[in-house]
Ligand binder design. Sequence first.
Ligand code: NAP
Length: 474
Amino acid sequence: MAGILAAIQLREHGHTDVTVFEKGDRVGGTWRENTYPGLACDVPSQLYSYSFAPNPDWSHPYSPGSQIQEYFERVAVERGVIERTRFSDEVVRCEWNDERWEVETAAGHRESFDVVIAATGVLHHPRYPDIAGLASFAGACFHSARGDHAVPIDDARVGVIGTGSTGVQIVSAIRDRVRELHVFQRTAQWVLPMPNDPFGPEQLDRHRDLDYLRATHDRLSELFGKFSNAVIDASSPESEMIAAACLDNLERNVVDPDLRERLRPTYRAACKRLIASPDFYEAMQASATRLVTADIERVEPSGVRTDDGVLHELDVLVLATGFHADWFVRPMEVVGRDGLTIDAFWTPRPLAYLSIGVPGFPNFFMINGPNGPVGNFSLIEVAEYQFAYIAQLVERLANGARAIEPDLDFTESFEAERVAASRNSVWVTGCRSWYLDDRGVPATWPWPFDRFQAEMATPNWDAYKIDGSRDFAF
Ligand code: NAP
């Protein structure tokens, strides 16, 4: 999503010598790699679209993943990204040689560039759970982002470990297909109701009007911004309303009082990423579904043994257990000034100025980099703002600067301010989540969205070290 965006927008800004490196054999990122049943985006489709490429064809307010993948492929074709992309050519190393970046791929291709934009995603590297005996399971076992469609699930006994956004979507999608569905829930979730009836013919007709679509995008952007701000600020009245809507969903839609209590979260709403689902509770009450809340003790060849001694016999085990959210550009080896590697600089944890630049790594800019707005924000919108900012750095380079990197002191004081602000956020109110770093500090943007928009509008040039001029070839 972010790489396609960057390639299109660089050209719009007059930079024609652009190469896109893609390790896969087609574009799509998250939407290429995740193909699990029920895959969808819980950000409204009209907002989860590039602002410059509105899509009248979304079938639902929250459209399925396959449509999102088709959308990105179509935009990439229409906007000339494909012909500038080297597919199946994974970048393994980028090294700054004091002038330019030397980029090397696994296939042995080497090329140098003035600027590298890393659009390598956030939730990308599967996190496999550390459960004893996992490898001994005799049936099919895979991570949600490595779905194996050759494995039959119809009429099978399926276990799903994890009830994050992914697990919830899978459970809802397969509950009527399987013989038994064992849902291993370690922590109950706050679940917002999310009605998602398909658009009718009249609505689809209105979407043909591009002005209407653009106005819808802007309206949703404003609404979603308010929603995301409310999510962050646990003391806001809107945050109370979100919690009330989730509780109402639970009370009204889960009939059995015992099941209701086991599905009831016991921490603050939105401490973990909020789940939005039209039918998770319905799926949890389907005849095939069994909610398992006992702790997993180990996996055995025939199933999952919980600490109450019960063996849950399974044919298929799905690990919806999330991602290593702190890897970012790694395992790519990035070597900046004086041999400094990004891995070393990011030990024990990633640091970036405004999530875009890293001190010691000139002309290296990230989209959706460390500590930026994630969670309930629209990542596509975030990426557009970040690219608009990066474009100004690149412009400065095109106009004679040789190298631009954030100043270390500036970056550290920005980080100190971010960490201090995150102490007031909902994410530290006592839950486990992928937002929290090794110190328990949320690795995300802790301020309202309008501050992010304002920061992205114009770089504060005082925060940058800018080396003198040279001829610049784009
Ligand atoms: P996740 O939110 O990190 O959830 C992982 C789940 O696995 C949690 O329920 C966790 O339990 C459980 N788990 C992990 N290790 C376990 C273990 N050893 N034993 C038992 N349970 C274990 O991952 P995700 O669901 O893949 O979602 C990641 C993010 O992707 C989301 O937060 C969201 O930002 C994004 N996403 C978005 C959409 C969308 O529609 N926009 C859809 C899917 C994903 P605990 O809660 O107890 O830790």
